[in-house]
Design a protein around this ligand. Structure first.
Ligand code: EPZ
Length: 424
């Protein structure tokens, strides 16, 4: 198993290029299942465990893929199965994204229920509600969702989401693009990852209006073509690297990411005292001598993203004053707090809020990753902690960050990846 060994205290400076976005890659790869001939060529796909798991899943269905140099090609002319097995879905919840495209193209799908997650329940009722609105008959037995479209074709409908859901919005879009008639999605997620999916589906020939808003209108079409497409950069990776600069009192420029996609996060960096500037495809952050305590509330886009909540918590351990960090998307996404406190932070959890008492000197020790963004948070804390911090079980980190230690080392961090054995 791998760990990251970090010697804290190094100030990060320099320029780094973000990788392709993980959370837009996954629905885009799922959407390739909608084309019945030809080959999709997807550029700027990050080389991550989650991408490899998803590629394994569509290979299992019959797709032919090849992946090199961040370009993934996918031919889905020979899909022979509509079954997404437990072993793969359990590894990655986003496997549920095959439900919509399989139903749309083949009129049926059998997908294992995803099961739990490290930071609390992650239901899929909104995915199933959307499919039923489009006419699918859904049954759940022996741990599997079985979905069938009567007559093999979904029918356009009005789908109103009671809460904003990125995954359910993506699945509904991928089901609706080949349905008969018009589908309207209201209170749809408007995250940049959904915008990217809209752009990809439109490039394939889908008829979607309202991209970027919470109301999407989709006119079903007969078929969709395989196309070449370039993915967006990863805004959460960018936000994490900016936090790495801010926590070490550094100054970095990140190339690739559009500042617009991180507006709410950049605003908070400024409030915390950082100097933030940007061009159309780069962001520069210069840290202040002292960070100011800054409250954040994680909510659906365009608010502060829940995927940056843990990273912000690490940063606020170094700020003057007390910060309140509330997560209104995942109320239990606080597994990183006990580990931060073991590093010397003083953070209390009150329901879905972390109260961070700042300007705490952190001292390096061994800490355990529990999920993707929690592990990123612990790496950030290790960058500023005195002495050596060992972040264990970095397979969590590898799910969503491409070569993070290489990027951080290039910016001046003293960080290496080492193997270790856990007590059995
Ligand atoms: C996506 O997950 C992201 N994952 C998550 O990023 C991200 O945290 C989340 O969106 C919120 O932005 C991918 O894109 C692969 P949701 P998703 O459906 O789609 C509730 C990371 O770190 N809900 O927008 O699963 C749900 O419990 C990962 O990269 C239902 O109640 O999230 C949550 O409270 C972690 N029923 C809220 O909606 C449903 O059927 C938002 O979840 C679906 C969701």
């Amino acid at each position: 198993m791998d760990k990251l060994v970090i010697k804290g205290g190094k100030r990060l400076t320099g320029t780094v290029t973000a990788s392709g976005s993980k959370n837009s890659s996954l629905p885009v790869i799922a959407a390739t299942l909608l084309s019945s001939e030809g080959c999709c060529t997807l550029h700027r796909i990050p080389d991550l465990q989650d991408i490899r798991t998803f590629t394994q899943l569509i290979n299992h269905l019959g797709a032919e893929t090849s992946f090199s140099g961040n370009t993934l090609t996918v031919a889905t002319g020979k899909i022979e199965s509509v079954l997404a097995p437990y072993e793969l879905v359990k590894k990655m919840r986003a496997s549920i994204y095959v439900l919509g495209p399989l139903l749309a193209r083949f009129g049926e799908a059998r997908v294992s229920l995803p099961g739990g997650c490290a930071f609390g329940p992650r239901p899929i009722d909104l995915h199933l509600m959307a499919m039923e609105k489009l006419g699918a008959e859904i049954s759940i037995e022996t741990g599997f969702i079985t979905a069938k479209a009567p007559g093999g074709k979904l029918k356009g409908a009005h789908i109103d989401f009671p809460i904003s859901s990125v995954g359910a919005t993506g699945n509904a879009m991928m089901a609706a693009v080949l349905a008969e008639g018009t589908t309207t999605l209201t209170n749809a997620a408007a995250e940049p990852e959904i915008v990217t999916l809209c752009r990809f589906l439109s490039a394939m020939g889908a008829n979607i209006t309202g991209t970027g808003s919470t109301e999407l209108v989709i006119e079903g079409v007969e078929s969709l073509a395989a196309v070449e497409f370039t993915n967006v950069f990863d805004r959460i990776e960018a936000g994490t690297l900016l936090a790495a600069a801010a926590i070490t009192g550094g100054e970095i420029t990140i190339e690739g990411v559009e500042a617009d996609q991180l507006k709410s996060v950049l605003k908070k960096f400024v409030h915390a005292g950082c100097n933030v500037s940007h061009t159309e495809d780069s962001i520069t952050l210069i840290s202040p001598d002292k960070l100011a305590a800054t409250d954040v509330t994680a909510k659906p886009y365009p608010s502060f993203p829940t995927d940056m909540q843990a990273q912000w918590t690490a940063l606020m351990t170094q700020a003057e004053g007390t910060s309140r960090i509330t997560d209104k998307v995942y109320h239990e996404r606080f597994n990183h707090i006990p580990e931060l406190n073991r590093l010397g932070a003083h953070i209390e959890i009150r329901k879905n809020q972390a109260v961070v008492h700042g300007t705490r000197k952190l001292s390096g020790t061994k800490v355990m990753s529990t999920d993707l963004r929690a592990s990123a948070c612990l790496v950030l804390a290790g960058l500023v902690a005195e002495g050596v911090t060992e972040v264990l079980r970095v397979y969590h980190l590898d799910r969503g960050y491409e070569k993070i230690e290489t990027k951080l080392a290039a910016l001046g961090a003293d960080i290496t990846r080492e193997q270790y054995k856990e007590f059995s």
